[in-house]
Unconditional design. Structure first.
Length: 151
């Protein structure tokens, strides 16, 4: 059996909702496109956490970085609230939300924006990262989900 290195899975809550796993849509694309798991409205000047129905697993020295699709700002007046989302390895299967990746979008337009189920809203890129020489070897264990580390 091949060891899982990195990839995507559907969270249990969305297993029966026809969720597509993120994929690269062109040969040389760096990012895996994430879709909205539901149809929803983002009110004018409002912020909404958009469910993807997806979780991600990766190696110890990797992170999944989430970026907005380039067309969101120009065509839809939407932007990622935190500019770049960071999905750590220990977010996967955490006891609070199973590692469900949600995309925080802000509507900076003057009209409500509807996001359709299956609409591509963000892209994720797996990256390796380096540690400092004097890095702590044992930190706390993640117990919560979205924004839970509180540090």
């Amino acid at each position: 059996m091949k060891t899982k290195m990195r990839g995507f899975e559907v969270v249990k809550e969305y297993l029966d909702k026809e969720i597509h796993l993120p994929m690269r849509n062109t040969t040389h694309a760096a990012g895996y496109d994430f879709e909205s798991a539901e149809t929803l409205t983002i009110p004018a000047h409002g912020i909404v956490a958009v469910s993807t129905g997806i979780k991600s697993y990766m190696q110890d020295n990797e992170v999944l970085q989430i970026y907005p699709r380039s067309s969101l700002a120009v065509k839809r007046h939407l932007m990622l609230v935190n500019s770049v989302g960071i999905i750590d390895k220990d977010y996967y299967n955490n006891p609070s939300n199973e590692g469900h990746i949600q995309i925080l979008l802000r509507n900076f337009g003057d009209e409500d924006t509807i996001i359709q189920k299956g609409e591509r809203i963000a892209q994720g890129i797996f990256m390796t990262f380096l540690l400092c020489d004097n890095e702590k070897k044992n930190g706390p264990t993640r117990l919560g989900g979205f924004g839970s580390t509180g540090l």
